[in-house]
Structures are given as structure tokens and as C-alpha cells.
Write a protein that binds this ligand. Sequence first.
Ligand SMILES: *Cc1c(COP(=O)(O)O)cnc(C)c1O
Length: 389
Amino acid sequence: MDFLESKVQQLKTDGVYRELPVSETPCEAIITLNGKRVINLSSNNYLGFANHPRLKEKAIEAINHYGVGAGAVRTIVGNMDIHEKLDRKIAQFKKEEAALVFQSGFMCNVGVIQAVTDKGDLIISDALNHASIIDGVKLSKADKAIYKHSDMADLERILKEKRHLYHQVLIITDGVFSMDGDIAKLPEIVRLAKQYKALTYVDDAHGSGVLGESGRGTVDHFHLHGQVDFIIGTLSKAIGVVGGYVAGSLAMKQYLLHRGRPLLFSTSLMPSAAAAIIEAFTMLEESTSYTEKLWDNSRYLKAKLKEKGFDIGHSETPITPVMIGDESKTMAFSKALLQHGVYVSGIVFPTVPKGYGRIRIMVSALHEKKDLDQAVDILYHTAKSMQIL
Ligand SMILES: *Cc1c(COP(=O)(O)O)cnc(C)c1O
């Protein structure tokens, strides 16, 4: 194992080696991390559903009714009525013909992209797409092209040069980019896709539960229902549980039930997860108060950070990066913040390009204004003492 030991040593030399933080509490605004009470500004639990009493009650009921495991993959005997109900619930919420649940958003990308593309096809992918898209694309037999991040001229250049050489062309983008918080230029992407007869694929992991009416996502935000072919979402971020899904046409679902490898070869979601998720969507249908609180907190925090002079990039969503640049300085800042009572994770290569280190603040509907005030205070004083500001 010398070769791995020397790689680990290199991480340490670069100042980016880290131990995993350990939380002893549910995912709330204040958590106990490594034995210390801290303000949690790092979770994807946008709406506070991860520890919500209504979701927990449904999960417990489902455990009592179905047990803890589904017992098989969906295509054999692991397809319980609660999984079917969840598929229907998501299709209805997303206003699509059909939806199909996977075990995670990652699995969904890895399974869907390779299944719906083939030799002779071309995948055109945004340069900042999520790792699970990159891995999904790697597993596809199609050719690949990358367009500069959200650069519609570059996307059109590729379409112009290459469209005629391929059978199907699939344009893939994140709905909301997870490291910068900017929103994909979906109306233009859809327009180009129509013009060049390409298919569209949006991974809306950070848009679902956040953007659009009651958190219906980026497609809803831009009023593009029926115009995006594959809409991917996660059930582990705003929805607070675990799982992923693809929404779109019935034919897509029927095909994926035969060729979506994670569905065929990996056990289906825990029934308790399915039950909790259904309740989460019901709550979003009932009330916009969760998404409103999230956006209110997000606007409040961003204004405060700007006022203090932080560079918060060009986020359009609750994802709030604070740009630092240098990798080891980023990690040192995150560590110092933790010591002072705020947990904000440092994000460095390979998650973002080298030299683009940042801490990423994830605000949620759970935070009170006083938590945010206190956090900004700590960020400011720590940054001053480290010559970041
Ligand atoms: C988080 C994320 C995923 C993975 O979702 P999981 O359900 O956690 O596996 C996929 N795509 C994007 C864009 C993400 O941000």
C-alpha cells in the first residue's frame, strides 16, 4: 500500500488532508459536531425536512407496516406499492407524465445517461456539471463534448459543428450549479435544443424544493413544463430523505425499467424512505411557507455578507460561496470557523478547479436570524484575523 500512503502524504503536504467531521445530532440549525455545539451552515437540508416530525411519523408507520428493507431490486420483488405511490406522487408534483425513483441522485445519473444514449449519439455537457453526471457520461457509449460553463455561444458552436454527424444529441446541464449557486440558462438551452433537434437533460438536485412554485424546480421556475426531456432530482437535499428520480415521458420510464442498471441490479429504496418522501411532497403542496422561509433567510444572509465585504460570487440561489482561492487557506479558514462555532465546509479541488477554493455556506429554513447574525460575526472576525478580508 506504499503507493496510497505516498498519495495520502501528498494530500497532507498540500494542506488539504482532512478527517471526516462527526455529528452526534439530527441535521438542524445547531448541531453537535466533533463534540462541540456549532451553527450548521453546511447541509443540503434546505427546508428542514431531514428531522421533521411529520416525515419521521410516516417513516415509523412504514417500518411497522413494511419492515426496514425492500428485500430485492424493483424488477424482482422489491417493488412495493409504496414505491409505486412515490413514483406517481413525484410525477404529479413535477407535472410530468411519469417519474421513476432511484436509490440516490447519483445512481439516477449513472443509470439514466448510459441507458438513453448509445454509440452514434453525442452528449454535450456543461463544464461545471456534477460529478455523477460526469461518471454517467463516462459509462455511455456515446461521444462526448463539453461546453464552457453556461456559455450558450459555445454550446451552439458545438451543435453547429457536430449535430449532423450524430443520431441523437443530448444536452446535459445542472439546473442549479452546486458550487456557485447560479441557475442554468434553461430557456436558451431549450431553444437551441429545438433548433438543432437535440434532447435536453436537467439535473435539478439543488433546484428541487428550492426554485419554482412550491419548490417544483428549475423547469417550473422558467415555465418550461413539457419542454425538457429528462428532469432529474434528488430526494436527499430539500426533500430531506434519500433517493433520486427522473421525471419525463411514460416511454422513458418504461424503457428505464428494462435498461436502468441501478434499478435492475441494486435494491430499491427503504419503504420508510419512500413514505417520508411522499409526506414531504404533500407538505410542499400544502404550503409555500417552507420555501419562503428559505429564500428569506438566504436574502438576509447574502446582504449581511456583502455588507461585510465578502466576495460571494454570482449565486442566484441559497447556495452562498465565499471565494478564497488558495486551497490550504480555504481549508484553514473552514477549520478556524469550526473552532469559533460555525461549521462551513471548505470546497477545494477536485470538487472545484485548482485555485478556486471557497467555503460554501448553505443556509436553510431552519435558521433563525440570530443564528445568521452570529455566524456572520464569526466569519468576519475570523476572516480579518487571517487576512482574508
Ligand atoms: C447532490 C447532487 C447529486 C447527487 O444526489 P444524491 O441524491 O445525494 O446522490 C446529483 N446531482 C447534483 C447536481 C447534485 O448536486
